[in-house]
Design a protein around this ligand. Sequence first.
Ligand code: PMP
Length: 322
Amino acid sequence: IKWTEGRGWHDAELVPYAPLSIDPANMTLHYAQTIFEGLKAYKQPDGTVATFRPQANAERFQASARRMAMPELPTELFIAACDALIEQDRAWVPDSGEASLYLRPFMFASEVGLGVRPANEFLFMVIASPAGAYFPGGVKPVSVWLSEEYVRAVKGGTGAAKTGGNYAASLVAQAQAAEHGCDQVVWLDAVEHRWIEEMGGMNLYFVYGDRIVTPELTGSLLPGITRDSLLTIARDLGYTAEEGRISTEDWQRDNENGTLTEVFACGTAAVITPVGSVKSERANWIQGDGQPGEVTMKLRKALLDLQTGRAADTHGWMHPLG
Ligand code: PMP
């Protein structure tokens, strides 16, 4: 779907996957005016296909668009575009289990020009790819690197938007995590380098017995849809679920004294991933016993059951294909 100043959204079309031809002076290549989303369609037990909370993705896409001086795509158009692609690719929706069809809606400036200003022409597209189970051999805890040198986002910056630049800025820290033998980077706040924000492409949860806490939305972390869903699902299961502030010292101390029983990350790609060990320039420790915890696995099952249609959709989160 195209957007042109003065004309709005026009010329929606469904075309075979193919490379795009890009002008070397395309504004996105220079100024990164681009945003994206990620969501999954799951085959349901009755053979139909349903997406998980596409409305929430559409709304986050609109929030990202506002931050990046881009036009807002109406929710109905966002969902209709996803539905049309899933319908076309129905045969590619995996049959069962945790496998899904991953959808990647995105928008970028399609205008040509070398002046720095918001573009006047944009292209919105959706592409899709089958995604297997994230942990085919069983859920495996990840090791994390606390990045004290780099920050992902600052107050007033673009951290809460799903825009390419945030990910570009994170790559060097991700490489540093790998150099230290860790799977993922954990971001801290930009002012004190002490408050936990999020992990790579996932939000974090800290489990204190039957109370679970996730870092509050400070404006510099992405408001994850899985994070938001888990606040509700955890309460449904009888846990206390809240937003709060957790520092690196809290994490290490509470793990040592045994009050912090589990830590996990959550996001569309891996659903829920336990955190097994933590490393930084100053310390390293095993989280709990280093194994997936009971609360983590219970929440993981509850969320996946809902997404795959094995549990009742009590919150109206599943969007069935018409
Ligand atoms: N944080 C970042 C930086 C991400 O890229 C993602 C993935 N979209 C998340 C958190 C998790 O968000 P969601 O649950 O909506 O996938």
